[in-house]
Design a protein around this ligand. Structure first.
Ligand code: G3D
Ligand code: MG
Length: 186
């Protein structure tokens, strides 16, 4: 209370999920307004930065969004991918059940094995707009998020931007909250 000094943060966030679930599309949608830089090294990762301001906690935050660019190379660069990573979005495609199953058997396992023990993560069911091809119900998504102790479950459409900004913002707020920043998060 009474501390009005502006704070600055840099957070590394990972987007995890099977090929074609929409990781890159979610990032593209999110950064459209304030694109900074985007480079694709030969390492199999894509790193995009985005600077955001969160007035509610008087903070400037630089986000480093790590996206898997080549599946085979990801296996080789996993350690680096998770080093210093504060949080993750676990993404599956609501129209492909195998992408949902792989959240636990592959992506969560990697995050636990290679990531920070106190890392924060949100479960994302993407392609919400493909109403006629849905294979994973909202109830199943919700149940999985509880089972894996995700801080939130959010369904998105990267195509139409539905809930995209909210998903990233919630991840950031949950990370800051967990690291001791005092504010009310609902
Ligand atoms: P990835 O980065 O996880 O591999 P991409 O996935 O972002 O490359 O997306 C894979 C394909 O799914 C792309 O289609 C992309 O347009 C589509 N996609 C991603 N998110 C959504 C969504 O929310 N709704 C719909 N309808 N499609 C989505 P293409 O045809 O370019 O391969
Ligand atoms: Mg991609």
């Amino acid at each position: 209370m009474g501390d009005d000094k502006k704070r600055q943060w840099a957070l590394k966030l990972a987007l995890l999920g099977d090929p074609a679930v929409g990781k890159t599309s979610l990032i593209d949608k999110y950064i459209t307004d304030s694109f900074n830089e985007n480079y694709q090294p030969t390492l199999g990762v894509n790193i995009v930065t985005k600077d955001i301001k969160l007035e509610e906690i008087n903070s400037d935050i630089r986000l480093l969004l790590w996206d898997i660019a080549g599946q085979a190379k990801y296996e080789l660069t996993r350690k680096m991918f998770f080093q210093g990573c504060s949080g993750a979005l676990f993404i599956y495609d609501k129209t492909r059940y195998s992408t949902f199953e792989n959240i636990t058997s592959k992506w969560l396992e990697d995050f636990i094995k290679f990531g920070k023990p106190d890392g924060v993560y949100i479960l994302i069911g993407n392609k919400l707009d493909l109403k006629d091809s849905i294979k994973v119900s909202s109830e199943e998504g919700k149940l999985l998020s509880q089972k894996i102790n995700a801080t939130e479950f959010i369904e998105t459409s990267a195509k139409y931007g539905e809930n995209v900004e909210m998903a990233f913002k919630k991840l950031v707020l949950h990370i800051l909250k967990k690291s001791g920043v005092k504010f009310v998060l609902d």
